[in-house]
Design a protein around this ligand. Structure first.
Ligand SMILES: C[S@@+](CC[C@H](N)C(=O)[O-])C[C@H]1O[C@@H](n2cnc3c(N)ncnc32)[C@H](O)[C@@H]1O
Length: 266
């Protein structure tokens, strides 16, 4: 997508954006308030951010074969750790929000598609030390750095699977009863995103939360997000521009809300 289309999308998003106060469904408004306003700061989060800072300065060169749709900004196969850290990792704000959701719903079985250097996975793991985070990464050199991240942070409740999602996702799903929380953050293509969503749906229950990253990243991702919003099992969605949250819980039914204004995250 070119710059003008992105600017137009961002403009439309900001015009439509609400705060939790504009959400008619009280249960959903309360939830948005709690996950956004939770000011509980964990010192583990500071440690994760210290690791992010180290990655952002790391000039090591990795030989990457991107198994997904790739970065919009970096096309080379030789990439420095710092350039990947700058363009691929979820923001601190988004990671904190995801971790608040895990705490709110007491999620125990957590799945992430797209580990990268393990920054978001560390937040997810830290949100519930009694839960398990299954995180999938296709690039070996990148996964090696993720393992160093988990070791640095002494995170024990992460299981990292290396390989293409097409292989690792069915394998992991076969060994799971159900999923409480899933974060789809890799291979941002229309067909792949819908395929992963449908597979995860098979193991979802009424309080499962699925987060889809980069829902305005390309026309394909915008179409995928619209298809997910219209899926018969989806009861409500929250559109935060950089990512979308999907609910199956009937108590939020009928709410497809664009959330921002006060909480700008661009
Ligand atoms: C955006 S990054 C993940 C960022 C990470 N969740 C974070 O916020 O810290 C996406 C990752 O998914 C991986 N990936 C993309 N497509 C994949 C596929 N088909 N199979 C396995 N890994 C894939 C890429 O190698 C990349 O490291």
């Amino acid at each position: 997508m070119n710059f003008l289309s992105k600017l137009k999308d961002a403009g439309i998003f900001y015009r439509k954006a609400n705060t939790y106060k504009d959400v008619e469904n009280n249960d959903l408004a309360d939830l948005i308030y709690r996950i956004l306003e939770d000011k509980e700061h964990s010192c583990s989060f500071n440690n994760i951010e210290k690791v992010r800072k180290i990655l952002l300065k790391d000039e090591k060169v990795l030989n990457i074969i991107d198994p997904g749709a790739g970065s919009n900004k970096i096309k080379d196969h030789l990439r420095t750790v710092k350039s990947i850290a700058k363009t691929s990792l979820s923001s601190k704000w988004q990671c904190e929000l995801m971790s608040n959701i895990i705490k709110e719903f007491h999620c125990e079985t957590i799945l992430e598609l797209g580990t990268s250097f393990g920054v978001s996975a560390s937040y997810l793991a830290n949100a519930n030390r009694h839960g398990i985070v299954y995180t999938l990464e296709g690039s070996e050199p990148i996964a090696t750095i993720a393992m160093q991240t988990f070791a640095r942070l002494n995170i024990k409740n992460v299981r990292l699977l290396i390989g293409d999602f097409d292989v690792t996702l069915p394998t992991i799903l076969d060994n799971m009863d159900d999923i409480d929380f899933a974060f789809i953050d890799g291979n941002h293509r229309y067909e792949s995103t819908l395929k992963y969503f449908e597979m995860i749906l098979e193991k979802s229950h009424s309080t499962t939360i699925i987060i889809i990253d980069d829902i305005y990243w390309s026309q394909g991702m915008k179409n995928a997000w619209n298809s997910i919003k219209n899926h018969p099992k989806v009861t409500a969605t929250l559109d935060f521009y950089n990512f979308g949250i999907v609910f199956f819980n009937k108590k939020y039914a009928g709410n497809h809300t664009v959330i921002n204004s006060k909480y700008k995250i661009l």
